[in-house]
Design a protein around this ligand. Structure first.
Ligand SMILES: CC[C@@H](C(=O)O)C(=O)SCCNC(=O)CCNC(=O)[C@H](O)C(C)(C)COP(=O)(O)OP(=O)(O)OC[C@H]1O[C@@H](n2cnc3c(N)ncnc32)[C@H](O)[C@@H]1OP(=O)(O)O
Ligand SMILES: [Co+2]
Length: 133
């Protein structure tokens, strides 16, 4: 794994939270993006080599809606940048981690993504991201 690609933060109101993070970070977000497959709308802030990804649910069965219902708004996942996502899945499986989707799916910002179950990673939801070339 090469670097933290982004930190995902679950929010209830994307517009309000984007304004809050703009004040906090001292810069505007660089884009919003709808990811239908995950039932989320995102707002991205660039911070050096990494990003903050705010996530609002767009439907009731979205993982973000469930997370906010069960817990609250807050840090939802950490995403790591990888060079070869399929090779990384094989390596992590052999290490005993629980992969949620062995076939990478389309994420935001031109990435293929795979998630690891938080029960195999000390309670932290981990996302792997590979840039689509
Ligand atoms: C924008 C696209 C993409 C990107 O490009 O960046 C994204 O980031 S999309 C982000 C949203 N998508 C996902 O989160 C997909 C992966 N997540 C899942 O598959 C599920 O959310 C889950 C992790 C398998 C949990 O689903 P489920 O089992 O249905 O939820 P429960 O509410 O029943 O919780 C079970 C268990 O897991 C704990 N949990 C749930 N979410 C998290 C989390 N984000 N971080 C840490 N722990 C989490 C939950 O507390 C339960 O624990 P116990 O109570 O101990 O059983
Ligand atoms: Co993410």
């Amino acid at each position: 794994m090469r670097k933290i690609e982004h930190i995902g933060i679950a929010v209830a109101d994307l517009e309000k939270s984007s304004a809050l993070f703009a004040r906090l970070l001292g810069k505007e977000h660089f884009k919003t993006e709808l990811v239908e497959g995950e039932g989320v709308e995102t707002s991205f802030f660039q911070l050096g080599e990494t990003k903050v990804e705010l996530l609002q649910a767009t439907r009731e069965d979205s993982p973000i809606a469930k997370y906010i219902d069960r817990k609250s708004e807050g840090v939802h996942h950490i995403a790591f940048d990888v060079e070869d996502i399929q090779a990384e899945v094989e390596r992590l499986k052999a290490e005993g981690f629980e992969i949620l989707n062995e076939t990478p799916k389309l994420g935001a910002d031109n990435k293929l993504v795979v998630f690891l179950h938080p029960r195999s990673t000390n309670g932290v939801l981990v996302e792997l991201c590979q840039e689509i070339s």
